[in-house]
Ligand binder design. Structure first.
Ligand code: G3P
Length: 215
């Protein structure tokens, strides 16, 4: 399973990069807006930190505009993946860009039917949102399981990028479901490390060592 950080914050990306476990980055207009720098500048800085796919989302809502914006975004760096919303225009843009060999991440996917459309349009990634389905009382993880099963039935090449993951169990369940990638905020990735028995065990090891050797 690949791990992506779902952030546009450079400090978080630098810390994640130091761990050596970050395979890519996803951003969206809300995350870019939080950093206060125009998308092209911010994404260029992100590409200097993380060596892997970096999703940059269009803000146009019509297919023609999305295609034009996508073609501008890929000029920033070879690792850019153009992110488009799962709308009729987004699918049209995905088909057109994919046919030209441009990698597209189709985002805001909330149903298996929508995921089939993304695969049919040649998407490189599809981003089903787990946490936001949980937020409205559905079991978001069911969507990941359904998409993985459907894509396997037809050997679709589109990779399932489990998104809107909010904590360790979302990550673990996405892995069990067979998602190719999990994208998560820095806080969720950091929480993966935690186990009280690790802390307790380490404390004991160090205390025993100190008792025997004085250091
Ligand atoms: O980047 C898209 C997605 O991961 C957003 O997550 O927590 O805002 O639902 P969230």
């Amino acid at each position: 399973m690949k791990f992506f950080l779902d952030t546009a914050n450079l400090d978080e990306l630098r810390r994640g990069a130091e761990w050596g476990i970050v395979d890519g980055v996803t951003t969206n207009p809300s995350l870019i807006a939080k950093e206060g720098r125009p998308i092209k500048e911010q994404v260029a800085k992100i590409c200097e930190i993380i060596d892997g796919p970096v999703s940059a989302e269009v803000v146009a809502v019509d297919a023609k505009g999305m295609i034009a914006e996508g073609k501008e975004l890929i000029k920033i760096h070879e690792n850019i993946v153009v992110k488009v919303p799962l709308t009729r225009d987004g699918i049209e843009a995905c088909s057109a860009l994919s046919k030209e060999g441009i990698r597209v991440n189709v985002t805001l996917c909330f149903s298996p039917a929508q995921a089939i459309l993304a695969a049919k349009a040649g998407a490189y990634f599809v981003s089903p949102f787990v946490g936001r389905l949980d937020d409205i009382g559905q079991t978001g993880m069911d969507l990941i399981r359904q998409i993985v099963a459907i894509y396997e039935n037809y050997q679709f090449d589109t990779q399932v990028l489990a998104a809107s993951l909010r904590g360790p169990m979302h990550v673990v369940e996405s892995a069990l479901a067979g998602a190719h990638i999990g994208t998560m905020p820095y806080k969720a990735m950091d929480a993966l490390f935690n186990h009280p028995l690790t802390d307790k065990g380490l404390e004991q090891f160090l205390a025993d060592h100190k008792k025997a050797f004085g250091a």
